[in-house]
Write a protein that binds this ligand. Structure first.
Ligand code: URA
Length: 484
């Protein structure tokens, strides 16, 4: 038996190195063993460490490259809590040499088994994003947030960067039986396993949360099976609101009847602000119509109408005077807006500001907002690349844009680009053809469409850019005249 000792349960680099050496030395899967340092399994009496002479020749090295799909799969598979996952990974690696396309054969038993386990890992990571509950603590440096969480698979390191992006400006720790993640505002560190008693169990915010959950729990939408599927019982013990569920389920039929006649409660914005660090809180209360811009702001932070909140740092609402006669609607916050929580402050914002100034419009008189309030993006190395929101996301977010329009009552709404136009008109117009022409909206205001400023930034040719900019300013100037 050839044995490799790994530094930890999720030591992928250690596994990769050892597995490669095993493979090149011809160690059959049945004869390969991977053990984790410090566990009971380590150091069996008859185990042989892999011989040094297993070092591959350069030719062998070249001949044995694994596809990227396998590396991606194995990096997630190692997070599965099953004891035999290392063996499955090695079996796949072993077979890849003769079956280079193996990973694509989803009917293969090993591949199917691996994919199923990876699916469970990914589900565990997703649930962690949804069900981690932070509690407030105070230390010498001030306020901090601590959560205890028990993931079914070892997804702490995979999922912690999500919380880092989400709660960049706070200090927080997530404690789990596998290890802990600590964000101090500057660096994310991983430390030792923890026990539940290290995390606070109750605090003031928890009481707020319970009250809020009970008041927004919508009995008419209650589907016990769906709810249990989403929020499996194993998670309940760490969710403060879960204690209320049995009681609320019993009470739900009575509440459904009374609810029909009773107007739904307004969102508790004080609560929504107070509990902002809690990622799963505040389900949108579809019936609670925002009464002012503070309600919109707190509602957007708590919004779960579409999945975009999951990867955004925060929701970004509009900004400007409540009495603004002009509202400008962009697409969605970009990278800088997502971090700062303010619309149009990045490169597209600079283009917009300059063009507004040339058209004689003072930005501080304008209410500037976006069709979609959370930043949709995908990682590319260290960068977060913008992704256009889809029609479903635009539709979900119309609740907030419509609320802003109802509260501000602008005379003119200027839509920048196709997404904003879709949000305003409910159809995707040909912006280039319809730009500049006033369109009556049902609330009595007028929509005007034009291009998005980032379109100007993207044009590669200086002459085309300058012409596009001239037309953009012309559209803005026409809007300015209309406002007089
Ligand atoms: N692009 C937008 O549409 N909105 C912003 O806030 C920034 C860039």
């Amino acid at each position: 038996m050839a044995v490799a000792t790994l530094d930890g349960e999720t030591d992928f680099d250690g596994w990769r190195k050892a597995a490669r050496a095993f493979r090149l030395a011809g160690v059959e899967p049945a004869a390969a063993r991977f053990v984790v340092a410090g566990t009971m399994e380590q150091g069996g009496l008859f185990d042989q460490p892999i011989a040094e002479e297993a070092s591959p020749t350069p030719d062998e090295r070249r001949a044995f490259n694994v596809p990227k799909e396998f590396v991606d799969l194995a990096q997630n598979l190692i997070l599965h809590r099953s004891a035999d996952r290392f063996d499955l990974m090695y079996r796949l690696l072993w077979r890849l040499k003769d079956e280079p396309d193996l990973i694509k054969v989803i009917s293969d038993r090993d591949v199917a088994d691996a994919l199923e386990r990876v699916k469970n890992v990914s589900r565990a990571s997703h649930k962690m994003k949804a069900f981690v509950r932070f509690r407030q603590v105070h230390d010498d440096l001030g306020e901090a947030w601590v959560a205890w969480f028990e993931p079914p698979h070892r997804v702490l390191e995979k999922t912690a960067p999500f919380f880092q992006r989400r709660f960049t400006t706070m200090r927080w720790s997530i404690l789990t039986p596998d290890g802990s993640a600590v964000w101090d505002g500057e660096a994310l560190r991983f430390g030792r396993p923890a026990t539940r008693d290290l995390a606070p169990a109750e605090d003031e915010i928890e009481d707020f949360w319970k009250t809020y959950y009970a008041s927004t729990f919508n009995p008419a939408r209650l589907k016990v099976k769906t709810m249990q599927g989403e929020m499996a019982k194993s998670y309940w013990k760490n969710l403060p609101e879960a204690a209320l569920i049995p009681e609320l389920v019993v009470a739900s039929s009575v509440r459904t009847e009374t609810m029909v006649a009773t107007p739904s409660p307004q969102p508790n914005s004080r609560f929504a602000r107070a509990v902002a660090p809690d990622v799963h809180l505040a389900r949108p209360d579809a019936e609670a119509v925002p009464q002012n811009l503070d309600d919109v702001a707190s509602g957007v932070q708590a919004c779960r109408r579409c999945p975009l909140y999951r990867d955004a740092t925060q929701g970004v609402c509009g900004e400007g005077p409540k009495s603004a006669r002009l509202m400008i609607v962009g697409e969605q916050p970009g990278d800088q807006e997502d971090l700062a929580g303010r619309a149009f402050i990045g490169p597209a914002g600079q283009v917009l500001n300059a063009a507004l100034a040339e058209a004689g419009i003072d930005r501080s008189d304008v209410y500037v907002t976006n069709a979609v309030k959370h930043f949709k993006h995908e990682p590319r190395g260290k960068r977060r690349l913008h992704k256009t929101p889809n029609a479903g996301e635009v539709q979900a977010c119309r609740w907030w844009l419509d609320s802003e329009r109802r509260l501000i009552k602008p005379q003119v709404v200027l839509a920048l680009g196709a997404t904003a136009s879709l949000a305003l008109l409910g159809r995707k117009p040909a912006v280039m053809q319809e730009r500049g022409a006033p369109i009556d909206l049902s609330d009595g205001s007028t929509a005007v469409l034009t291009v998005h400023p980032s379109y100007l930034l993207r044009l590669p040719d200086e002459a085309a850019k300058s012409e596009a900019r001239r037309l953009f300013i012309e559209d803005l100037t026409a809007v300015q005249r209309r406002m007089r």
